[in-house]
Ligand binder design. Structure first.
Ligand SMILES: [Mn+2]
Length: 581
């Protein structure tokens, strides 16, 4: 385990001025400080009303896509949504299918299978669209969360007489596909300011533009309840770990609000239930750590279609049945992943000193599952704080390995893989035919015989290109909290914000006196503590410190989160300790 160093978030003259200004405009002073430290400058940055969403007109081709969709709906043409096998793609698919149905479209979906098709609108998948079991041959293919890189697949669709509308958010490659239209805030020439919108967000924007256009002809179109889709938008946005800029926070906040007031779709409600989470208190971390993994598990181990069906379902009984199944697949995923992780840990523990000093981890095991290598790479990266690429044999053809990598800040993994192919002796396209991704995550296909070569070149490239300072993990610490602030009112205040990637949940610091410590299951510590300095009426607080067994006594400085403690009653709070600092 690499030791994390904690760094206080800067609080200087500028942040202080912003904090005072935000507080003057009516935001709680503590929240104003937390916001200022995250770069916010006015109370408007905390205004999450839907009216503040960036307008669809600002997204290149969004209006044109609306025109094209309305014409297709008027002509009763057949629309086929082409989804992706992760939670962003699955929620995006459900949003488009539901939204287009509300507008009277004849629409269905298809989704590639990770094992047989691979990612995106491939020529093989296009070939399957022509005799779609429910729709027949579609007039239109509408991609969601994919398509920007599907040059060959879209050429094939054109050849077969289907028109393609691409909606995506991924970075484009050197060539754009020959689609009828591309809506993607990351395509050249798109002025849309929120570049971190998820695939599901782009899908919503296309629908918003379509409804706006329809309203010009048909005033009653105002009743088309696209707001009903915001729970799905929030789920996909959080699941894709895109940065929660103001626009994304509006979307996530609105979705969480709907979930908390019992207005989520039947599938999401059922998923909260099987995950044993309270939808009344839904948070972005529930979406990210409890709901999204259940949808993703289907795409990783089987077929994401069962996840999409759950999100499309309106019948609570059927939804809970589907959610139950997803829960089982997720349990299976967890077990397999744990086995893979234990193997990886054992292999790494047996390494020589020289290997330990390597700046990149390449891991492979014959028994690993290709759908889970990304999760294992992510865990190894967390534990060792260096880029990690994990491989498993491809189920379809074990001559090939499927790899997935996760990186640390400052090392662009896609560029890293590009360098690996180009550094002598290099990897030919017959050894490494496919790779792609972005800064923090990437995927690749590698010939089994080239693994040794790949490992050696990777170590060489890492040695030459990764500065050691990038491999020192740091975490930001927010303000220190005092005893009188550790209460349910503070938890409510914290819960009012849609925290997440790029808008990270506060990690507080504070000094405490340890009153008692008790071990839980031999691996966690349950504590009683008193905040220092002791006030007039010092309160004994409950604390939990996961994966910590060393004895604690006297006064300690802690990095902690303040959370609810439903177990001890509705107004109880708990100190969740992240580290001793
Ligand atoms: Mn996505």
């Amino acid at each position: 385990m690499t030791k994390i160093s904690f760094v206080k978030r800067p609080f200087n003259i500028r942040t202080d001025a912003s904090a005072q200004e935000i507080a003057r405009q009516g935001i709680h002073p503590l929240m104003a400080k937390l916001g200022a430290q995250r770069g916010l400058t006015s109370a408007a940055d905390f205004d999450y009303s839907l009216a503040r969403l960036l307008a669809p007109q600002g997204m290149k081709n969004c209006q044109e896509a609306a025109k094209l969709l309305l014409t297709a709906i008027e002509k009763n043409e057949k629309l086929l949504v082409v989804a992706d096998y992760d939670c962003d793609g699955a929620t995006g698919c459900a949003v488009l299918v539901r939204g287009l149905r509300m507008m009277g479209a004849q629409v269905d979906y298809i989704v590639p299978n990770r094992f047989t098709h691979g990612y995106g609108l491939s020529p093989d998948l296009v070939a399957e669209t022509i005799d779609h079991p429910r729709l027949g041959k579609p007039d239109w293919l509408i991609t969601v969360d994919n398509g920007i890189a599907s040059v060959d697949g879209i050429a094939k669709a054109n050849e077969l007489g289907m028109r393609v509308l691409v909606t995506d958010h991924h970075l484009p490659g050197p060539y754009l596909p020959a689609a009828e239209l591309i809506v993607n805030p990351n395509q050249p020439g798109c002025p849309f300011p929120s570049k971190s919108i998820a695939g599901v967000g782009v899908a919503l924007y296309v629908l918003l533009a379509t409804r706006a256009l329809l309203r010009q002809k048909l005033p009653s179109a105002a009743d088309i309840a696209l707001q009903n889709l915001l729970d799905l938008v929030a789920l996909g946005t959080v699941a894709d770990v895109v940065a929660l800029d103001h626009n994304n926070r509006i979307l996530v906040n609105a979705g969480l609000g709907r979930i908390r007031s019992g207005k989520a779709c039947a599938g999401i409600r059922a998923l909260f239930e099987v995950a044993n989470k309270q939808w009344r208190e839904a948070s972005s971390s529930d979406l990210g750590f409890s709901i999204a993994p259940r949808i993703n598990a289907a795409g990783r181990l089987q077929d994401i279609a069962s996840g999409i069906e759950c999100l499309l379902c309106d019948d609570p009984i059927k939804a809970s049945h589907l959610a139950e199944q997803l829960g089982q697949v997720n349990a299976q995923r967890r077990e397999l992943q744990e086995q893979m992780q234990n193997q990886a840990d054992a292999t790494l523990a047996a390494q020589t000193h020289q290997q330990i000093d390597n700046k990149v981890i390449v891991a492979f095991d014959e028994a690993w599952h290709e759908g889970l290598v990304g999760l294992v790479a992510g865990r190894l990266k967390e534990a060792h704080y260096k880029p990690c690429i994990a491989f498993a044999p491809s189920a379809a053809d074990p001559q090939w390995l499927k790899g997935s990598g996760r990186s640390v800040n400052g090392v662009n993994l896609r560029d890293f893989l590009d360098l690996v192919t180009k550094t002598a002796p290099g990897l030919s396209s017959s050894e490494m035919p496919r790779f792609g991704g972005h800064a923090m995550a990437a995927g690749l296909t590698l010939h089994r015989d080239a693994l040794q070569k790949f490992t050696e070149i990777s170590q060489l490239v890492a040695e030459q290109s990764i500065s050691p300072t990038l491999l020192l993990p740091t975490k930001f610490l927010d303000l220190s909290l005092e005893g009188h602030q550790l209460n349910i009112a503070m938890v409510h205040l914290l819960e009012s914000q849609p925290w997440g990637a790029g808008f990270s949940e506060p990690l507080f610091r504070g000094e405490f006196e340890i009153v008692s410590q008790q071990l839980l299951q031999g691996k966690h510590s349950k504590l009683k503590l008193i905040a220092l300095p002791k006030g007039v009426k010092p309160q004994t607080l409950n604390g939990i410190f996961f994966n910590h067994t060393d004895s604690m006594a006297g006064s300690v400085n802690l990095a902690f989160r303040l959370i609810r403690d439903n177990y001890h009653g509705p107004n109880s709070v708990q100190i969740m300790i992240e580290s001793i600092i």
